[in-house]
Design a protein around this ligand. Structure first.
Ligand SMILES: *Cc1c(COP(=O)(O)O)cnc(C)c1O
Length: 379
């Protein structure tokens, strides 16, 4: 098998009619071919048009998986996957500090459907078994949690899921397939917000489920009913964006390391959270499990909330906006954006202070980003 960088370019490229680049198939419906099953009828919502088939092959190859399905957003992938494996009365083990939208979906939507959950510390395997119930069906974690970039004991987690017959689900958005490939570690279902690094250009929302063919098929059938399909134009952009994932992420990572080190030695900075720093609580585990540490970091200033706001307002290059993984650096306070749906108590329990600043490293020159942070920190 070729290397990931090569598969990003050549997997899922059917070269239809000799076209080197995958064209957009802007058609909602296709001539009936006598398909026997509803799910095989070629129709855009049924996720089986040429745009989808090519994209699915590329997505599956990124994580050496049997299959993949693209979705209208990361939350469409996450919600559809959870709804596929959890029924009323079932119980879910959910990592502490997951993405705000996922947390809100589990606490507000799944609870309403009679699915209960307990939070787990993904770094503390001894604490998991006491939380099991007779109807525990799945365990859900993130490779790198946002915005503190904690890395759980993912090897023990897979073993625990197997032992207790749970579906193991992992959101690999922040790590990307470049730095972690869940299938190689035995996870059942991998989820992505392709809005972030996979598309990489801050111009679409999209998601993906990657995994064993039997799991992806179950989830696709749910998706066909729920309707969260990816539009062909967005599918085209994601397909195109994926080709440069390798060079983008490696470059963003190089800059993120340089920025983290520069911030760590800055007198105005109290604490830097980046898994590539020796000071990060999960640095050793991140080194063992991940091929790289990614392009995201966060930090606390000695001046607290007021200093954080002043810094964000004074940055000239980094844009004050949520989301991450695009070509332009973004800076935000998670308490007001990605994690605003959580109550202040829940945020505090998870170590997300109101003054925490998150930085998504873009593709600008690292020196310019360091200078920009430096001038903003001087204010
Ligand atoms: C952004 C994000 C999501 C949600 O993705 P959308 O494309 O915005 O629906 C889910 N998980 C993680 C880790 C994210 O960063």
């Amino acid at each position: 098998m070729t290397r990931l960088e090569t598969r990003l370019i050549h997997a899922g490229e059917p070269r239809l009619l000799g076209a080197v680049a995958m064209p957009i198939f802007q058609s909602s419906t296709y001539i009936f071919g006598g398909e026997k099953s509803y799910h095989d009828i070629r129709y855009l919502r049924l996720n089986n048009t040429p745009s989808h088939t090519a994209l699915h092959a590329k997505l599956a190859s990124l994580e050496s998986a049997e299959a993949a399905v693209a979705t209208a957003s990361g939350m469409a992938a996450i919600s559809t996957a959870l709804l596929t494996f959890l029924a009323p009365g079932d119980h879910l083990l959910l990592q502490d500090g997951v993405y705000g939208g996922t947390h809100d979906f589990v606490t507000q939507e799944l609870m309403g459907l009679g699915v209960t959950h307990d939070s787990i510390d993904a770094g503390d395997p001894a604490s998991w078994e006491p939380k099991l119930r007779s109807r525990t069906r799945a365990v859900y974690v993130e490779t790198l949690s946002n915005p503190l970039w904690r890395v759980g004991d993912l090897e023990s987690l897979v073993a625990f899921a197997r032992k207790h017959d749970l579906v193991s689900m992992i959101d690999n958005t922040a790590a990307t397939p470049l730095n972690f490939r869940p299938m190689d570690h035995g996870f059942d279902v991998c989820l992505h917000s392709c809005t972030k690094y996979l598309n990489g250009h801050s111009d679409i929302v999209a998601g993906a489920v990657i995994g064993k063919a039997s799991n992806v098929e179950k989830i696709t059938r749910r998706l066909n009913h729920l309707g969260g399909c990816l539009d062909p134009h967005a599918a085209f952009l994601l397909h195109r964006g994926l080709k440069t994932l390798g060079v983008r992420v490696r470059e963003q990572e190089r800059s993120a390391i340089a920025i983290s080190r520069s911030l760590e030695s800055h007198p105005a900075v109290a604490r830097v959270h980046y898994p590539g720093l020796e000071s990060h609580p999960d640095h050793t585990r991140a080194r063992r499990l991940l091929q790289g540490f990614g392009g995201m970091l966060s930090f606390e200033l000695h001046g607290g909330l007021e200093a954080a706001e002043r810094l964000i307002g004074s940055m000239k290059l980094a844009v004050d906006a949520p989301s991450f993984g695009g070509p332009e650096s973004l800076v935000t306070r998670p308490a007001t954006t990605s994690h605003a749906g959580m109550s202040p108590e829940v945020r505090r329990r998870q170590g997300i202070s109101d003054s925490l600043v998150r930085f998504s490293t873009g593709l600008e020159a690292a020196e310019d980003l360091i200078e920009d942070l430096d001038q903003a920190l001087r204010r």
